[in-house]
Structures are given as structure tokens and as C-alpha cells.
Design a protein around this ligand. Structure first.
Ligand code: FAD
Ligand code: SF4
Length: 547
């Protein structure tokens, strides 16, 4: 299997094996294009979606420039194994939040820098279920994708090999195995497995995109629990180490610290001509025959709206008022349980064990769709937020903090539904580039609230069955997707099933914004698989460069 992966993506073998974590020569010697070179493709954002697209098309011989607003990280010098010290990884530019149930933004919601949000994601990489692709048809809620699960199956398998993913055989959705065996389970996961077994709930170990054993020149995980701070070890997958090295080796340029401010358009032909961007304080323009946006669910719609022009007065691709709409976030309550024995939940990747038994619509329930339950293992600062949210302050807060090693914590991902009113628009406030910032309005529906309550009960039951003498729950959100969704036509979405914009024939969107539904699965693997599929279609000429 490994030889097969290497022929498709050599990233893991391009990393150094001398104890350092960055191939400086590859970065120093990468191909560099001039602004007035008309490259085949310029990509906005080097995260989950943008990096996969860059790697695939560079391998196919396309001349690619991939820009990112943030830095080209060096894990040795830029990252610290410290919860407070990882703040630089986040997109902290201002964003305005509103609606009945506003979603807090600005701390760890999304990333900035090469590797995107996956630099500090938790590493859990389940697939979507086949049912996620037709929730409107089958459940009467949500939306239907322009294609079905089977069109993504081979891309899921390919990306799982490239990351690689470790886990037990997965019995839910489309049952499948993983390329790496499951990791050993920490105290938190053991309690989940024990409680679930006592209740007759099936739970499994994995899937995590964390090397279990050596993979190329990447070492195995050392279970120190800092996945959400950027894994200094290089055991956890992120595009910075899984796709960008191979893209560079095949002639792509990664232009870091380059903030794209608008898409350049030929007002006469209606075709994209490149991107305007700011680097080192200078405004520049990169010419390109094709543009792909992969800036994350908030920044992608914002860039489209900020690219308004006389021909597109309401923003690019927004003729039918679809840009920014149907933005989704998963309801993500977390329930912690106290045990007499020490748990030390930090000593493992945070999500390790999960159940997807409650994923699909259960006709016996009064809500549609469902939720997944996973271990989550907050480090002390996050744990303090959890405790403080219960109203504990002063002495009580200190007592809970001192007791940290005795707590286990589970989290749910609830499939909140895509609603047209949950959307990004532009605020009056501007950022340091003088651009209007995103305004994100979010309100839950009754189905969303019912899912959170049901998920909380299941988590409390599991922890109590495992022997917890106290359980506490905090309600929160996770994972933003949608905002420029794919659909069958321009009246219902922004891009078609190949990720091509309906309105602009040489403009693609290849990040989490295109997802029409979100299931109860963490989204990164699906975002990468969708980008890999779009790349294949571009390469095979289904929608070639002349578009
Ligand atoms: C704390 C946390 C934990 C998570 N855990 C998991 C998990 O366990 N499993 C999972 O599947 N998912 C997880 N996720 C979600 C996952 O990381 C994201 O869904 C995924 O990375 C989104 O991919 P993307 O391509 O849409 O955007 P990103 O990966 O965020 O990439 C977007 C990139 O675009 C750049 N960019 C944006 N605007 C511009 C611009 N105008 N000009 C230039 N560059 C720009 C940004 O700097 C960024 O690097 C987690 C996320 C967070 C925040
Ligand atoms: S637990 Fe493993 S994957 Fe996570 S940060 Fe530590 S070494 Fe990296």
C-alpha cells in the first residue's frame, strides 16, 4: 500500500529524517512565478481543500500558485507545546457575529497559514455516510448533493492512505477499513468504551489522521495530546506535511503571507483574470487562466462579496443571492464525568473513540437526522472554560482545576440543518486591509435544539454507566461548512457538482464552503475528497482550462 501512496504523493518521503521537521531546501528552491506570468491556476488558501487541489494539479503539470494569508509554518521554530502559546495559528481578524444563537468566532475556529485549519484540527477523519448526500429526498430536511456518496468513495480511500488514517474497521455508513491499525486507547477512550458496552452501544477506536508507526519520514505519534496546538512531532496529518511538499516538488509555488483582497474579472467576458493580493504591504495582481477559492466557509463568501464590480454589483456569483447562505455549524455539546481513579484525558489524541449509532434519522424520534459521540480531551485552559460555564468561580473553579486528572470528557457533533438565513454578509467594519469584514448571522431551529438535548442525554448515560459520580455539560459549536454550496443549478447554490462556479466559467471553489449538508462527521476528510474529485475532473478535461 505504502509504495502505491508514494507513487501518487511523495510528501511523507520529502520531509527530512534528520530530526528536523521541515524540508527547507524544497521551500527555498521552489519554482517562483512572476505576477505577470499567466499561470494555469491561482488558488486562494492552502488549507484542506486548496492544498489537495494544488498537489493534484501540480502533479498533472499545471502551473500553479497557491496563496495563503498566513505564514509558511516551521513546526520547529513556530509552534510550542503550550495551550496559550498556540494563538498565532488562528484567524483572529475581526468578524461580526449576530443572530438568535451567534457562533463565537475569532479564537480557534479557523486557521491562518499554510496547512489551514488542519494545522490545529483535532485529527479525527470519519467519512460522511451515504445518507448525507440525499437528506432532502429521504428525510425531508436539508439538501441533496448533485452527486452521491459512491462518487466520493475512491477519493475517500485515496486520501485516507495519503494522510494516513488509523482506526478499527468502521461498521457505519459505507462500512470500510483503514490503512493503519487503531492507536492504543487512553484513559478517556477506555471509559467511553466501558460505558458504551454496558449500555449496548457500539463504539470503535479511530479514525484519526495520525501515523501509527512510521510513515515515510514521519515518526509515529507519541501521545502527548497537543494535536490542537499544531503537532510538532509531524505525526498528525495536515496539508503542510501531507500535500504541500509534493506540490512543491512538482513545480507549484506556495506564496505565503499573501492576502487575496478580490478576484480580478474581465467585465466584458465575465471571466476571472487572476487575483488582487497584498504582500509585504504592497498591492499586487497575479494573472491566472483559472482561479480557485479555498479560504474557509467564512472567508470564501466574504471574498466573493468583496469582489463586487459594475457587472456583479451584489458580489461575485451572487446573482441569485446564494453567496454566504446555508452556512452550517455543528452543535457540539461536551459532557464531562468525574471518576475516582485518575483518567489523565490529555494523554492521547483528543478524539479517539466514537460511536455513529445515532447518526441517521430514527423514525421513533421527534427529530430528523442525528449525532455522533466522540472522546474530546480538553487541555486545562479549555477545561477551565468548561467549568466556568457551569458558574463555578474562585475557590470552586480552583478545586475543579486541581481535580483535572480525574475527569473524562465526551463531545457530540449534531447535524444542524442548512438554513438560508444562516449566512455571511459584509459588515460596515473593515479590517487592516480596509476590506469589510464578514458578518455571520446564525440561529438554530427546533430540530437543532432537539438533537443537542438528545446527544447530551446519551453522553451523560455513557459516562454514568462507566462509573462517573458527577457529570457536567457545556453547549458549544464546532466545524463551519457551507456558504457557497454546490447545487444542481444557480438558483440553489454557487457551484455545480464539479465545484465550478455557475456564474464564472473559470472560477472554482474547493473548500468546505461547497458542502450542501454536513452530517455528524468532522468535515476535513470530505473537504479533501471533494477537492481531489474536482482536481480529477479538471485534469481529465471535463471542464478544461479553456472552460
Ligand atoms: C479547533 C478545531 C478542531 C478541528 N478538528 C477537526 C477534526 O478533528 N476533524 C475534522 O475533520 N475537522 C476538524 N476541524 C475542521 C477542519 O480543520 C476544517 O473543516 C477544514 O480545515 C476546512 O478546510 P478549508 O479548506 O475549508 O479551510 P482551511 O483549512 O481553514 O484553509 C483556509 C485557508 O485559506 C486561507 N485564506 C483565507 N482567506 C484568504 C485570503 N483572502 N487570502 C489568502 N488566504 C486566505 C487561510 O489562511 C487558511 O489557511 C477542526 C477545526 C478547528 C478549528
Ligand atoms: S498526540 Fe500524537 S498526533 Fe497529537 S500532537 Fe501528540 S504526537 Fe502529535
Amino acid at each position: 500500500m505504502r509504495a502505491g501512496v508514494r507513487t501518487r504523493n511523495e510528501s511523507a518521503w520529502l520531509l527530512p529524517n534528520d530530526g528536523t521537521r521541515t524540508n527547507h531546501r524544497l521551500r527555498r528552491d521552489m519554482r517562483r512565478f512572476r505576477d505577470d506570468d499567466e499561470v494555469d491556476l491561482v488558488i486562494v488558501g492552502c488549507g484542506a481543500g486548496g492544498s489537495v487541489l494544488a498537489q493534484r494539479l501540480a502533479r498533472a503539470g499545471w502551473r500553479v500558485v497557491a496563496m495563503d494569508a498566513g505564514p509558511f509554518w516551521d513546526p520547529d521554530t513556530d509552534w510550542v507545546s503550550d495551550e496559550a502559546g498556540s494563538h498565532d495559528l488562528y484567524w483572529t481578524d475581526p468578524r461580526v457575529i449576530t443572530g438568535d444563537d451567534p457562533v463565537p468566532l475569532g479564537s480557534n475556529n479557523s486557521g491562518r497559514g499554510v496547512g489551514g485549519s488542519m494545522v490545529h484540527y483535532a485529527g479525527y477523519t470519519p467519512r460522511f455516510h451515504p445518507s448525507d448526500f440525499s437528506t432532502l429526498r429521504d428525510d425531508g430536511v436539508g439538501a441533496d448533493w448533485p452527486f452521491g456518496y459512491e462518487e466520493l468513495r475512491s477519493y475517500y480511500a485515496a486520501i485516507e492512505q495519503e494522510l494516513p488514517v488509523a482506526g478499527e474497521y468502521w461498521p457505519w455508513g459505507d462500512p470500510h477499513g483503514y490503512p493503519h491499525r487503531p492507536h492504543p486507547v487512553g484513559g478517556n477512550g477506555e471509559l467511553f468504551l466501558r460505558g458504551a458496552e454496558r449500555l449496548g452501544i457500539e463504539a470503535r477506536v479511530g479514525p484519526v489522521a495520525i501515523a501509527n508507526g512510521r510513515f515515510g519520514n514521519r515518526p509515529h505519534c507519541i501521545y502527548r495530546g497537543f494535536c490542537l496546538q499544531g503537532c510538532k512531532v509531524n505525526a498528525k496529518a495536515s496539508p503542510l506535511i501531507t500535500h504541500i511538499p509534493d506540490a512543491l516538488a512538482h513545480g507549484a509555488e506556495v506564496r505565503a503571507d499573501a492576502m487575496v483582497t478580490r478576484v480580478g474579472m474581465d467585465e466584458r467576458t465575465g471571466r476571472a483574470t487572476g487575483v488582487h493580493y497584498v504582500r509585504d504591504g504592497a498591492s499586487r495582481f497575479q494573472r491566472a487562466a483559472m482561479v480557485a477559492i479555498a479560504g474557509y466557509s467564512i472567508e470564501t463568501p466574504r471574498l466573493l462579496l468583496n469582489s463586487a464590480s459594475p457587472r456583479y454589483p451584489d458580489g461575485l456569483c451572487n446573482e441569485f443571492d446564494q453567496v454566504g447562505r446555508y452556512l452550517m455549524v455543528q452543535g457540539a455539546p461536551q459532557t464531562a464525568g468525574r471518576f475516582d481513579a485518575e483518567v489523565r484525558m490529555y494523554k492521547a489524541p483528543p478524539p479517539e473513540v466514537s460511536t455513529e449509532e445515532f447518526y441517521e434519522t430514527d423514525p421513533a424520534k421527534d427529530y430528523k437526522r442525528g449525532f455522533a459521540v466522540q472522546t474530546v480531551s480538553p487541555l486545562p485552559i479549555t477545561w477551565a472554560e468548561h467549568v466556568a460555564a457551569q458558574g463555578h468561580w474562585g475557590r470552586a473553579l480552583r478545586d475543579y482545576m486541581s481535580d483535572y486528572v480525574h475527569w473524562a470528557c465526551l463531545g457530540s457533533l449534531c447535524e444542524f440543518l442548512p438554513l438560508g438565513g444562516n449566512r455571511v454578509t459584509l459588515a460596515d467594519e473593515t479590517d487592516s486591509y480596509g476590506l469589510p469584514v464578514a458578518r455571520f448571522a446564525y440561529s438554530q431551529c427546533d430540530n437543532d435544539r432537539a438533537l443537542v438535548t438528545a446527544a447530551q442525554h446519551v453522553m451523560e448515560d455513557i459516562l454514568t454507566a462507566a462509573g462517573a459520580d458527577e457529570v457536567i455539560t457545556i453547549r458549544r459549536y464546532a466545524h463551519l461548512v457551507g456558504g457557497a454550496r454546490m447545487a444542481k443549478d444557480a438558483r440553489h447554490g454557487v457551484v455545480d457538482g464539479t465545484c465550478r462556479a455557475f456564474a464564472v466559467p473559470n472560477l472554482y471553489i474547493t473548500d468546505g464552503s461547497v458542502l450542501p449538508t454536513q452530517g455528524s462527521a468532522n468535515p476535513a476528510l470530505t473537504i479533501m475528497a471533494v477537492a481531489a474529485r474536482a482536481a480529477d475532473q479538471l485534469i481529465s478535461g471535463a471542464r478544461g482550462r479553456v472552460g
